[in-house]
Design a binder for this molecule. Structure first.
Ligand code: PLP
Length: 234
């Protein structure tokens, strides 16, 4: 069994800081009804944001792709505030952001004059043993849609894949599409073969991870042989 995660003490919800128990959404929020929302998770290592601009740029890209009208960079100062309000200014933490299309009578098409619903909070992360802990992974078919580059809150494909791994005592599920490994249920993956590092190219079948790009940049800097391309299953 995994350690249960806890609720934050405080969340920023539609313009105000409040206790999570006081933050309510309408049952007609499209995030609730359709998973019609975008999210982002930004690490703050030792209280310092890691690749903040890149995370906010990805958030903006995803919002634009689904035409949710919201300025991702308007949240920059609130992210640091969330970390300090949570008492994590010296700790390893992450900031979760979720922006849904907002509340309107149920319709598949986009409603007019709709205000996005915004949620943001910080939580502690524990990186102890991260580099040295080997992980056991399961491989199963990638059943997700063809816009995995969008960090949508509708994560049914990812959670089914992750649950299948956890329920069978694995740490992660590496998904296979058209015979090739795409990515994990909430991670990108790299392979090392004949002293060359491989990872799946960007496109509609993976989330373009910020960490993934850091690894690619490190390979270039350190002159480690690197190729964009995935490995086949079996
Ligand atoms: C499906 C998927 N791929 C990759 C990643 C890694 O992305 P990043 O390095 O930007 O956290 C995540 C992170 O949540 C993810 O959910």
């Amino acid at each position: 069994m995994r350690e249960a995660k806890s609720y934050p003490q405080e969340v920023y919800f539609n313009g105000k800081w409040m206790k999570p128990g006081e933050a309510y959404i309408s049952v007609f929020d499209r995030g609730f009804m359709f998973g019609d929302g975008i999210y982002e998770v930004t690490p703050f290592y030792g209280g310092k944001p890691f690749k903040l601009k890149e995370h906010l740029k990805r958030l903006q890209y995803c919002l634009d792709q689904v035409q949710i009208k919201f300025e991702a960079f308007s949240l920059e100062a609130l992210m640091a505030e969330a970390v300090s309000r949570a008492g994590l200014a010296e700790a390893d933490a992450a900031v979760y952001i979720q922006v849904t299309r907002g509340v309107a009578p149920r319709s598949h098409f986009f409603p007019e004059n709709i205000e996005p619903t915004v949620l943001l909070y910080a939580y502690k992360i524990n990186l102890r043993g991260f580099e040295t802990n080997p992980l056991n992974v399961l491989a199963s078919e990638d059943k997700r849609w063809h816009r995995c580059d969008i960090k949508a809150t509708a994560l049914m494909g990812n959670i089914l894949a992750n649950e299948e791994a956890i329920a069978n005592n694995f740490d992660e599920n590496i998904m296979v599409r058209n015979g090739y490994f795409s990515e994990g249920s909430h991670t990108n993956i790299f392979f090392v073969k004949n002293a060359t590092v491989y990872t799946h190219p960007e496109g509609p079948h993976i989330l373009s991870g910020i960490t993934r790009q850091v690894v690619i940049d490190l390979c270039t800097q350190l002159r480690i042989k690197f190729k964009l391309g995935s490995c086949s299953f079996g």
